[in-house]
Design a protein around this ligand. Structure first.
Ligand code: GTP
Ligand code: MG
Length: 456
């Protein structure tokens, strides 16, 4: 369907660039473009042909920019509507002027993600593909990008549709037994289908623990006494001199965070001020920040100096981390050559590893990265297949579908009435439809697409 209101936006990023693009979509794209575009050689814009010319202010004939204009007539366009793209010089003001002329000629400024939303509503792609576009734009590691590209290819939508088709058949079967109870329909026939669907959904769900972290990243906080080498470890993990390092305890006064790529996972590393009892008032504020950073983290690195006796301060810091998955890092291992990482002397319910490192020489750093990545519950290297569920929305919907299917398989085995069974199947079907967008509310669509930028 083609919307009556034609939308316009600058499709290229703000700032200066070689080229800037203003994009129009909707039934009036062509007349609006014609009102402001003057081709070098006279003649109409033809679909999927590039024309060279000028954008001219129709009110006074002033030339605003030199552009290449492309018309993509419905349905062969990104949105499935008539689209015109005007590629001009990539300057902030000149792009604003071109956009302003399209608005004066009758276009409306697009909402964030509105081009993609129209593409979805016009059946150019399903919802998982529209969401994949956002993930491709926002990918922070090449693994995250590969997963988003695979999703754009449509594997998730195909898999979900396959399961839905089987479930629809099962539902039809159950409905027959409601409508014609006297017919001989053996409910046992359903068992293999329901079990297969349930397993397929649970399999998808199981990939999400890994997948979501590739898309969203994780937060890892470095905690420890002053001077144990937290900032040095941060720098070593980032392979830059991001944080200030000195031999003076209390160098880091405030938390500092930076994103690292650890085996394909975007990890926000948070360096914190060293924690000690004797802290002065400024340090105490830093300690408060460290606690806050810990509260938000997925994993704590408890950094100790392998060359120093474990102290009361270390114990108190360990107590701060009791609720978090915690990895013990014995740093300055170069000062104790050949020393295996000591046994961690305190009880901790969530210890995920115990490694020795030297931020100075790099010894043990690979082991540290491997242990961090393992603790974040993902395999170290790019996943064998790129078929992982990466989107928390999909994970939430899948867990609803799995619950419905669990109820259905258990109910069916226990011989519950057909109408109850039908209810559970419908729950699962509707949930799965939310992934591809077949059963979705306008509100939810608005929420999803509002996370896009304007012009996408
Ligand atoms: N020999 C050795 N020295 C290290 C190592 N890591 C850090 N250091 C030194 O230890 C001192 C403190 O390092 P930082 O990284 O500033 O320690 P920190 O834990 O951030 O300290 P605060 O910010 O004060 O809490 C510096 O002189 C570093 O060069 C290491 O692995 N081996
Ligand atoms: Mg520091």
């Amino acid at each position: 369907m083609m919307y009556d209101d034609t939308i316009a936006a600058i499709a290229t990023p703000p700032g200066e660039g070689g080229v800037g693009i203003v994009r129009l979509s909707g039934s009036h794209s062509l007349p609006i473009a014609q009102a402001i575009f003057r081709p070098r050689r006279p003649g109409p814009l033809r679909s999927h042909r590039v024309r060279y010319g000028q954008v001219v202010d129709p009110s006074d004939g002033r030339v605003v920019d030199e552009v290449l204009a492309v018309l993509m007539q419905a349905p062969r366009s990104f949105t499935g509507e008539d689209v015109v793209e005007l590629s001009g010089h990539g300057g902030t003001l000149v792009m604003q002027e071109v956009l302003g002329l399209t608005l004066a000629a009758g276009a409306r400024l697009a909402h964030p993600g509105e081009f993609s939303m129209r593409a979805f509503l016009n059946g150019r792609m399903d919802l998982t593909q529209a969401e994949a576009i956002l993930d491709i734009i926002q990918a922070q590691t090449s693994t995250g990008l590969a997963l988003a590209q695979a999703q754009l290819g449509g594997w998730l939508a195909r898999e979900v549709r396959r399961i839905r088709t089987d479930l629809l058949e099962a539902l039809a079967y159950v409905t027959v037994t409601i409508d014609f109870p006297e017919d001989e329909v053996d409910p046992q026939d359903l068992a293999p289908t329901l079990t297969a669907c349930r397993q397929a959904v649970e399999h998808l769900l199981a990939t999400a623990d890994q997948g979501v972290i590739y898309r969203q990243g994780a937060r890892v906080v470095l905690l420890g006494r002053p001077n144990v080498g937290k900032s040095s470890l941060l720098n070593a993990l980032l392979r830059t001199n991001r944080a200030i390092v000195t031999p003076i305890p209390g160098t880091t006064r405030d938390t500092l965070e930076e994103t690292a790529n650890l085996d394909g996972i975007p990890v926000v590393l948070v360096d914190t001020a060293g924690i000690s009892e004797s802290a002065d008032p400024i340090e105490r504020l830093g300690v408060e920040r460290s606690r806050e950073a810990l509260a938000l983290a997925d994993l704590a690195l408890l950094v100790l100096d392998i060359h120093q006796p474990v102290s009361r301060d270390d114990r108190q810091i360990a107590e701060l981390t009791l609720e978090k998955p915690t990895l013990v890092v014995w740093n300055k291992a170069d000062l104790e050559p050949g020393h295996a990482p000591p046994h961690f002397p305190f009880a901790h319910p969530h210890l995920v590893g115990n490694v020795a490192t030297s931020a100075l020489t790099g010894a043990g750093m690979e082991d540290l990265v491997r242990t961090i990545v393992g603790a974040l519950s993902v395999q170290g290297t790019a996943p064998g297949g790129s078929h992982l569920v990466t989107n928390p929305r999909h994970r939430e919907v899948l867990s609803r579908a799995a619950a419905g299917l669990r109820a259905a398989t258990e109910g069916q085995a226990a011989g519950v009435p057909a109408d109850l069974l039908a209810g559970d199947l419908t729950t699962a079907l509707n949930a799965l439809g939310e992934i591809t967008g077949e059963t979705i509310t306008d509100d939810l669509l608005d929420t999803i697409f509002s996370r896009f930028c304007i012009g996408k």
